[in-house]
Every structure is written in structure tokens, then in C-alpha cells.
Design a protein around this ligand. Structure first.
Ligand code: CMC
Length: 422
């Protein structure tokens, strides 16, 4: 059987045979056959917007691999910074490369004092930390104007390093501001996760000592979030980056895309939903309301996964470890029951709706004392290397500016009329 499709333009009778390569067909063949005819695909459900060698996602079989390595193996054996290196460079580092990379990230965590004092202090007292994070990442571009030189690979590497180093600092700064606590400076003697926990929680102790189970769990959660191919925020990163904006501005765009409840905001929405359900006996009525279209079961469903999200399984496995240290999150029982009911209900089964990564992460974050409005911020820290790997890849590929077409459905030409004639 030939690995190709034939497309015929019935107006002219002309056909073109297009080979199927890497699971897709080249849209240029359609362009050449039918100039001026556009393919309508809102939400990009069937459009491959890029060729990418970073992450392989087989949604039908629940498979996720970074640069070929299964997510399960990385979550068990690797660290977030090693995974970041892998995503960015295409292969795992040797020991010397790893040490150098960890050193580079660890030693660029500080931010300019103007960012901390003048910029940060200008937010309203109850500003959402995601809003603050979006703005502070964008503001960094003004501190590093040389970042505009995006065609220089060495310059790109420096900005990538900066963004990965400073994301936790900006995130913790937003949290400390929101509760009126002084900023905690980064500590170079700590791991990436420990340092973030220290910047979040340290009060008066000379050194904050994170519980090793919690810092390990956080590191694993960051690994699980590190990339997910052409999702909404990564696409935003590639689209903004395609105009050759600097990486800080592009990452701010990606962070903004992540903010929404259909994407990175879902973990926060899950906790709101579980709180609203409140107790076991309210679950059936809640499920019925979802089936009646009155709302969604947050943390369920995915554009690509039509099987159990492998990340959700790993998160669920780690939840017990975390709860041993923090105590069990009382909402867990409601979540488990919801999952059980949904997985056996025709509405959810027929639509292939399974728990996604956000279904259980919020419960862990909450048990670790993170306030709900920080959940998406944690997702953003984790996704930063993925965004940057895609941004770097698209520049290396010499990608064209992202500029889709539209099918115009508005009025035909008409003449402007003054007020008294409308
Ligand atoms: N609860 C109830 N019904 C749902 C849900 C849900 N969570 N998700 C999809 N459906 C139904 C939807 O109503 C539609 O039914 P019908 O065919 O009868 O109209 C069908 O399933 C297909 O839904 P869709 O909206 O066309 O699917 P999509 O691919 O456009 O949306 C999604 C994917 C993730 C936005 C959606 O599943 C959703 O809103 N889920 C809840 C939010 C959530 O958990 N988001 C986190 C995603 S994972 C983290 C990340 O990678 O960002």
C-alpha cells in the first residue's frame, strides 16, 4: 500500500499525490494544486505547525518521550536540570557537562535590584502571581537588551540560561510580595527545587532545609511539566518568537497562554471544583451537571491524549509519598471517587476523557502548602525549558513568521454612510 494520499481539485480535475512523511503531508502540495484555497482548522486540531525533534507524544497509547527517553524513566532517575539540558541539547549530558550546566543555572538566579524593588513593589497588593510572572518575565527583556540578537547561538544560550535560572526567583518573589513577606535571596548551595522552596518559605532561620521528599517530589513534578510538544503555550512561544522578538518577550507570551484555565490554570480549577463539590454525596449530582453541559470536569480530557495521561499516573504514584510527610489532603477522596465514577461512565468513556496531569498535581501542591494561585506558576517554572527548546529549535530551523490565513465570512464591500443615513 503506498504511503501517500491523492488530492483532486474537482474544478480542474487535476490531482496531486502527496507522500506521507513522519505521519503528515506537506501542505505546500495543496498550496500548489489549489492556490488561494485555504484549509480551515480552528484550534489547529489537524495542523502540524512544526517539525520537531524534541518531544514525542502518542496520545492514543498514552506515550510521552523527551528526546526519545520515556517520561517514566526520566521521572524516576533524572533531575529537572538534567531533563532541561536534554530538551535543550538533544542528548543527556556527561558528568562534566551536567556539572557545568547546574553551575551555570545556579549562578544566574539573581535578578536586578530594580526588578525586585521598584518593579515588583508597583503591583497592587492582591495581584495574581501569574499576572506578576507574565509581566516580570517580559520586564527582564528590558534588562538584557542584547537578547534581541536572536540569530547568534551563543547569545541564545545565555538568555536560555537566564530564563531557566531566574524563573523560580521571579515566581517566589511574586508569592512573597502577595503575603507581605520580605524577598529571600537565592542560595547557591541548594538544588534547583530546594532553592525555590527556600525562596518561598524561609522566615528567620539562617538556612532553610527543605524536606527531601518534598523537594524530590517538586523536582519530579517539574520534569513532568518540562515539555509537551505543540501545546497552547509552546505554540504561543513559537508564534511570538517567529517574529524574532527577544526570548523574554516570547516567554512572557507563552506564560500568558499558560495562565488560562483550559491550559495551565486547570490545576487551580480542579481544587476549586473539588471544594465546590465538598463531599462524597454531592459527586453524582456534580457528574450529572457536567454531562448536562453545565460545566467541565476539570483535570479531565486532553486534546491529544485519548488514553490515561502518563504524567497523571506518575503524579498519582508520588502523591502517597508526599502525603506521608504533609498529611493526607482531604480532597483526595473526592478526587479518587470522581475518577472512579468518570472512568466507568459512558459520557466520559465515549469521549475518551481521562485524568490529565492537572487532576492530581493541585492536591500535591496544596498539601505542600502552595496557595492555589501559585499552582500555574509552578507549571510555568517547569515548562520553561520546553518553551525555550522549541523557540531555539524554530530559530535553528529558520522558521518563517507564523501567519495563518482566514476564511472571510463578513459583509461584502459596502459604502460608508454618515450618521443620519444609517
Ligand atoms: N469535562 C466534561 N466534558 C468534556 C471535558 C471535560 N473536562 N473535556 C472535553 N469534554 C467533552 C466536550 O464537552 C465535548 O463533548 P461534545 O462532543 O458532546 O461536545 C468533547 O468532550 C470534546 O471536547 P473538546 O472541547 O472538543 O476537546 P478539546 O480537545 O478542544 O479540549 C481540553 C481539550 C483539555 C481543553 C478539554 O478537555 C477541557 O476543557 N478539559 C478541562 C480542562 C483541563 O483539565 N485542562 C488541562 C489540560 S492538561 C494540561 C495541559 O497540558 O495544559
Amino acid at each position: 500500500m503506498p504511503e501517500s494520499v491523492t488530492i483532486t481539485d474537482n474544478r480542474s480535475g487535476e490531482s496531486v499525490e502527496v507522500p506521507i512523511v513522519n505521519g503528515g503531508i506537506d501542505g505546500n502540495a495543496i498550496k500548489d494544486l489549489m492556490p488561494g484555497i485555504w484549509v480551515l482548522d480552528p484550534g489547529f486540531s489537524i495542523t502540524a505547525s512544526a517539525e520537531s525533534a524534541i518531544t514525542e507524544l502518542d496520545g492514543a497509547n498514552g506515550v510521552l518521550r523527551y528526546r526519545g527517553y520515556p517520561i517514566e524513566q526520566l521521572a524516576e532517575h533524572s533531575t529537572f536540570l538534567e531533563v532541561s539540558y536534554l530538551l535543550l541539547n538533544g542528548q543527556l549530558p556527561d558528568k562534566a557537562e551536567y556539572d557545568q550546566w547546574v553551575h551555570n543555572v545556579t549562578h544566574h538566579t539573581f535578578i536586578h535590584e530594580n526588578m525586585r524593588k521598584r518593579f515588583q513593589d508597583s503591583f497592587h497588593y492582591d495581584a495574581h502571581p501569574m499576572g506578576m510572572l507574565v509581566s516580570s518575565i517580559a520586564a527582564l527583556s528590558t534588562f538584557y537588551p542584547e537578547a534581541k540578537d536572536i540569530l547568534d547561538p551563543d547569545n541564545r544560550r545565555i538568555q536560555i540560561n537566564r530564563l531557566i535560572s531566574k524563573a523560580p526567583t521571579l515566581a517566589a518573589m511574586a508569592y512573597r510580595f502577595s503575603i507581605g513577606m520580605p524577598f529571600v535571596y537565592p542560595d547557591n548551595n541548594m538544588t534547583y527545587a530546594e532553592n525555590f522552596l527556600s525562596m518561598m518559605w524561609r522566615v528567620a532561620e539562617p538556612t532553610y532545609e527543605a524536606d527531601p521528599v518534598l523537594s524530590k517530589a517538586l523536582d519530579v513534578l517539574l520534569i513532568l511539566h518540562a515539555d509537551h510538544e505543540q501545546n497552547c503555550s509552546t505554540t504561543a512561544m513559537r508564534v511570538v518568537g517567529s517574529s524574532h522578538a527577544d526570548p523574554f518577550s516570547s516567554a512572557a507570551g507563552a506564560t500568558a497562554a499558560l495562565y488560562g484555565p483550559r491550559h495551565g490554570g486547570a490545576n487551580e480549577a480542579v481544587i476549586h471544583m473539588l471544594n465546590d463539590i465538598g463531599s462524597y454525596e454531592n459527586i453524582p449530582a456534580f457528574i450529572e451537571s457536567v454531562k448536562a453541559g453545565e460545566g467541565r470536569l476539570m483535570g479531565f480530557g486532553h486534546r491529544v491524549y485519548k488514553a490515561y495521561d502518563p504524567r497523571a499516573r506518575i503524579v498519582k504514584d508520588h502523591a502517597d509519598e508526599v502525603f506521608k510527610v504533609t498529611g493526607r489532603n482531604p480532597l483526595l477522596d473526592i478526587a479518587l471517587k470522581l475518577e472512579e465514577i468518570a472512568l466507568n461512565d459512558d459520557y466520559f468513556k465515549s469521549r475518551n476523557l481521562y485524568p490529565n496531569v492537572d487532576f492530581y498535581t493541585g492536591l500535591i501542591y496544596q498539601a505542600m502548602n502552595f496557595p492555589m494561585d501559585m499552582f500555574t506558576v509552578l507549571f510555568a517554572i517547569g515548562r520553561m525549558p520546553g518553551w525555550l527548546a522549541h523557540w531555539n529549535e524554530s530559530i535553528e530551523q529558520g522558521s518563517r513568521i507564523s501567519r495563518p490565513r482566514q476564511l472571510y465570512t463578513g459583509p461584502a464591500e459596502r459604502d460608508y454612510l454618515p450618521f443620519d443615513q444609517r
